[in-house]
Design a protein around this ligand. Structure first.
Ligand code: NAP
Length: 246
């Protein structure tokens, strides 16, 4: 029987490439989206057209009821849930003193509480009983070193690292690995929407490799961490960042 992966925020950006690599390796893929319904349909239809088993589901990861329904749907449609990739995330750049409470709460609700909702429900509805699987959380280099004007984002991504390490220990005897990926700057909307062109050029020049990473490079790492080759890796934080932080 094919394995199943759920990728949150997979209509576009890094999540889309993650969905693609699992589909091409014969996983059943549930693409979660929230606002990007058209893109989710396009991404899924392209993969379905290539013969892969892909479905889409709209759910705001910060909404527990929607998340619960999504996990139930996934198990009902595919018969299993082996890999969870917590990829959905948002940021908002501003001076900390000018940040609104709403903006702080939105970032925590999606980036951190979303990971809690999806992971806990996947474990409760399927993974714990089946004593197998992998959970991969997309953190950020900002969660390791902190980023000026992205305090809430950095805090949420640091919390994901703590979450990953603690849960890895708790789930080790259940044969479920839990790892985090903390990418540096990756070429997606998140990067281009939050920096002016000049600032982006400064960011790029500071990277020892002098280039941004690609969503495909992150997807390859996610796929590896979910594979049989990575069964002894758990509680780790891997940061593909072009040498920015070593
Ligand atoms: P992106 O292109 O802006 O995509 C963000 C994704 O998150 C979208 O698919 C979006 O889905 C989804 N999302 C946002 N709010 C959601 C919600 N409430 N419920 C469900 N999905 C939601 O950004 P990206 O670069 O691909 O980012 C993916 C992950 O990588 C994020 O966690 C980000 O923090 C992390 N990351 C990115 C970089 C970078 O430089 N790009 C670096 C380090 C870490 P909808 O459009 O459907 O709402």
């Amino acid at each position: 029987m094919s394995k199943t992966v759920l990728v949150t925020g997979a209509a576009r950006g890094i999540g889309k490439e993650i969905a693609k690599i699992f589909a091409k390796n014969k996983y059943n893929v549930l693409i979660n989206y929230n606002k990007s319904s058209k893109m989710a349909e396009i991404t899924a239809n392209k993969l379905i057209g290539q013969g892969y088993n892909v479905k889409i589901f709209k759910a705001d990861v910060s909404n527990r009821t929607e998340v619960n329904n999504m996990i139930t749907y996934c198990i009902k449609e595919f018969g299993s849930l082996d890999v969870v990739v917590n990829n959905a995330g948002i940021t908002n750049t501003s001076m900390f003193t000018e940040m609104t409470t709403k903006s702080w709460n939105d970032i925590m609700d999606i980036n951190l509480n979303g990971v809690f909702n999806v992971t806990q429900e996947a474990l409760k509805q399927y993974m714990i009983n089946h004593k197998n699987g992998a959970i991969i959380n997309i953190s950020s280099i900002d969660g390791i070193v902190g980023s000026s004007c992205e305090v809430a984002y950095s805090a949420s991504k640091s919390a994901i690292i703590g979450f990953t390490k603690a849960l890895a220990k708790e789930l080790a005897l259940s044969n479920i690995t839990v790892n985090a990926i903390a990418p540096g700057a990756i070429s997606t909307d998140m990067l281009y929407d939050n920096y002016e062109e000049d600032d982006l050029e400064c960011v790029r020049k500071e990277i020892p490799m002098q280039r941004f990473g690609t969503a495909e490079e992150i997807a390859e790492l996610v796929y590896f961490l979910a594979s049989e080759k990575a069964r002894y890796i758990t509680g780790q934080v891997i940061s593909p960042n072009g040498g920015s932080v070593v």
